[in-house]
Unconditional design. Structure first.
Length: 114
């Protein structure tokens, strides 16, 4: 699945993995050495994340049920806990720097395509 910014139709992640089970949501990106440039992890449902046992920073997009970006964290370092996002339905974890590279803003909408 691909992640596309609806405002300009730019694909910013070519390969989005979905973590829907409790185990996959819990483990997420832990113990991986890096997140490849065109990959992302969609965690759903999700209102908060952690980066415990991770070896790299990530950008974090908190999405509403309609995939609108309601908040984000740039370059969240390892061993941190994000704030709880009451209105988030899911979280998209992407490589650090992606938010700035694609000028991603609050209220942008992410479209997921097969």
């Amino acid at each position: 699945m691909k992640a596309v910014l609806q405002k300009n139709n730019i694909v910013f992640s070519e390969h989005v993995v979905v973590a829907k089970t409790f185990a996959k949501r819990l483990v997420g990106l832990m113990f991986q050495s890096h997140l490849p440039e065109q990959e992302a992890l969609l965690i759903k449902p999700c209102k908060s994340i952690h980066t415990f046992f991770m070896q790299f920073s990530i950008d974090v997009l908190f999405l509403s049920a309609d995939h609108e970006i309601i908040d984000f964290i740039k370059a969240m370092p390892p061993y941190r806990l994000s704030p709880y996002q009451k209105h988030a339905a899911s979280v998209l974890e992407v490589p650090a720097g992606l938010i700035d590279r694609f000028d991603i803003q609050r209220h942008d909408v992410v479209r997921f395509e097969a």
